[in-house]
Design a protein around this ligand. Structure first.
Ligand code: ASP
Length: 308
């Protein structure tokens, strides 16, 4: 039996200082929601789903309630979950009116006979399996309405700056049986075009999990992340013998070198070591120290972990 391990993230970007404490608290609560399950012997899949649901329910993050608005003032959500034991996955893209898209992604993986459903088809499937549908208003928070109003009033250049927020959430775990799972959920990029799908629900980009190598979940500018299959790049790196930390740094270095992208990534390797790296000003992360057993949180840049 292995000692389980879990790492969660609450996005990588330029987080306003006034909100740092909320990001860290949200990551800690999400970590604990997942860890509780791992500790009592539940699967890595259950743990990553629980951790991500906790962040989808927390309005500070760009996932579930609190998601960013698109260019029409609507919320469209992307999410994926991957089971490294079976190399199985479930994903939803551009779905509206679902409070916990990660749970819908899991049901798609386990029950639909498909891997990915998008838009109205994903919502119809949710209704068919009895998941609660919600209104856009239930997912919308005043902070994002204010941001959208500002966006409508400003120039194109300023609009790009306003869109520069990356608070996607994700979790990666290994359970005591050595099963690895990864999950990612997001409202995507603010003011995106309707129908835009980012990296988060794309296998190998927003997440990847393989019991034979490791697991990863990414966050950041999806248009760049998907070009280098950031999560698969990281799990391939652990497969080739790197530690989780080395693999995270390697993946961000590849992203920077090949497409000049900005992102963050969390990684778990087969031995249960965790790692993370980012080349954004901040990245919100929580994990558990294997030595002290204490929950650790991180947000501020540290020269050792940033690949400029
Ligand atoms: N990766 C997400 C996307 O491009 C955004 C984020 O990480 O915040 O949709």
């Amino acid at each position: 039996m292995l000692i389980p391990s879990l790492i969660v993230h609450g996005g990588a970007g330029d987080m306003p200082i006034a909100e740092h404490a909320d990001y860290l608290a949200g990551c800690r609560v999400a970590f604990e929601a997942g860890w509780r399950l791992l500790e009592r012997g539940e699967s890595a899949l259950n743990a990553v789903e629980a951790a991500v649901r906790s962040m989808e329910d927390n309005p500070i993050f760009d996932a579930g309630v609190g998601s960013v608005l698109n260019s029409e003032g609507e919320i469209e959500l992307d999410a994926m979950i991957m089971d490294g034991a079976q190399l199985d996955l479930g994903a939803v893209a551009a779905v509206r009116g679902i409070a916990n898209p990660i749970t819908l992604a899991r049901r798609i993986m386990e029950d639909s006979g498909h891997n990915m459903l998008v838009g109205s088809g994903a919502r119809q499937y949710a209704a068919r399996i009895g998941m609660r549908l919600c209104s856009q208003a239930e997912l919308t928070v005043p902070r994002e309405v204010a941001r959208f109003r500002e966006y409508q009033k400003t120039t194109v250049k300023k609009q790009q700056q306003l869109a520069d927020g990356h608070d996607t959430v994700g979790a990666v775990a290994i359970d005591r049986f050595g099963n690895i799972a990864a999950a990612t959920s997001t409202g995507g990029m603010a003011f995106k075009l309707p129908g835009r799908v980012g990296d988060s629900p794309l296998v190998g980009s927003g997440a990847y999990a393989d019991n034979l190598t490791g697991g990863a979940s990414a966050t950041g500018h999806g248009e760049f992340i998907m070009r280098v299959l950031l999560s698969k790049t990281a799990t391939d790196a652990v497969g080739s013998g790197m530690t989780a930390q080395e693999a995270a740094e390697h993946a961000i270095a590849v992203l920077k070198r090949r497409v000049n992208g900005k992102a963050g990534i969390i990684v778990v390797d087969q031995q249960g070591r965790v790692g993370f790296a980012h080349n954004t000003p901040h990245m919100a992360v929580a994990w558990r120290s294997p030595i002290s057993g204490e929950v650790q949180v991180y947000l501020q840049p540290d020269a050792a972990q940033i690949q400029e």
